[in-house]
Design a protein around this ligand. Structure first.
Ligand SMILES: CCCCC/C=C\C/C=C\C/C=C\C/C=C\CCCC(=O)SCCNC(=O)CCNC(=O)[C@H](O)C(C)(C)COP(=O)(O)OP(=O)(O)OC[C@H]1O[C@@H](n2cnc3c(N)ncnc32)[C@H](O)[C@@H]1OP(=O)(O)O
Length: 197
């Protein structure tokens, strides 16, 4: 996975489709954690990504670049753009496969500059799975779903047990995450689907 010329997904990956309980096309996905830098509403300077499931079961996320996200004057910082893709790709794997997962590898191609004020439209799809490894990729287009491509990214996510978070994370933060997940589960049930994997 170190080069664009390498096969993607790797030969041992099998095609993967959404979990039977995955959210249906058209579903707007909630933030997965209020304090998440990528999607959480409590992080004032965060990216505030919003995601929804498209008709073809890709996940489309939007990220509007603000002044707080600059690297070069007037342009988005590359690391923050990679962060937006991490979030969009992780949301795709977590929501479509209904599994706790973490980024093991993230590769980003920066194709064109992303100005402050523009909105990236990131379309992500599952590419394959091999055991705990899920391969996923995305394209980010400027200001519209069919705008010019500004970035491409692909990533390997590895499914983990809940113990990954309880062992390495902060107990208070995990409790807050659990409460958010419970509230979301209740809301999702009302919308007609269940978030429990
Ligand atoms: C709490 C309950 C949650 C319930 C959730 C349910 C639904 C969720 C719904 C929605 C979620 C929505 C959104 C999520 C959004 C954003 C997410 C942001 C994600 C992040 O921002 S997350 C932070 C950054 N992330 C890390 O903090 C990971 C640090 N890391 C580790 O914790 C370990 O490193 C780990 C766990 C990755 C692996 O460790 P491990 O010991 O479990 O397994 P191991 O090492 O054996 O790897 C297994 C196989 O992956 C291959 N492999 C591993 N790494 C590789 C690499 N780099 N390149 C190529 N291959 C690699 C190995 O080669 C082997 O392959 P093979 O099986 O073929 O041998």
């Amino acid at each position: 996975m170190s080069s664009r010329t390498e096969n993607w997904p790797p030969a041992d990956a099998e095609p993967v489709g959404p979990h039977p309980d995955a959210p249906a096309p058209g579903t707007e996905l909630s933030e997965h954690y209020a304090e998440c830098f990528g999607c959480g509403h409590e992080v004032e300077l965060g990216l505030h990504l919003r995601s929804a499931v498209a008709d073809d079961m890709s996940v489309v996320s939007t990220f509007t670049v603000r002044k707080d996200h600059q690297g070069a004057p007037g342009l988005a910082h590359g690391g923050l753009l990679a962060c937006a893709f991490d979030e969009a790709l992780g949301s795709t794997v977590g929501n479509l496969l209904r599994t706790p997962t973490v980024t093991a590898r993230l590769e980003t191609d920066f194709v064109r500059p992303v100005p402050v004020g523009s909105t990236l439209h990131i379309a992500a799809r599952l590419d394959g799975r091999s055991g705990r490894k899920t391969y996923v990729s995305a394209e980010g287009r400027l200001d519209a779903d069919d705008g010019p491509v500004a970035l491409r990214a692909r990533a390997l996510f590895v499914t983990v047990g809940v113990d990954h978070f309880t062992t390495h994370g902060d107990p208070d933060a995990i409790e807050k995450f659990r409460q958010t997940a419970e509230a979301e589960a209740a809301a999702a049930e009302q919308r007609g689907w269940d978030v429990n994997p």
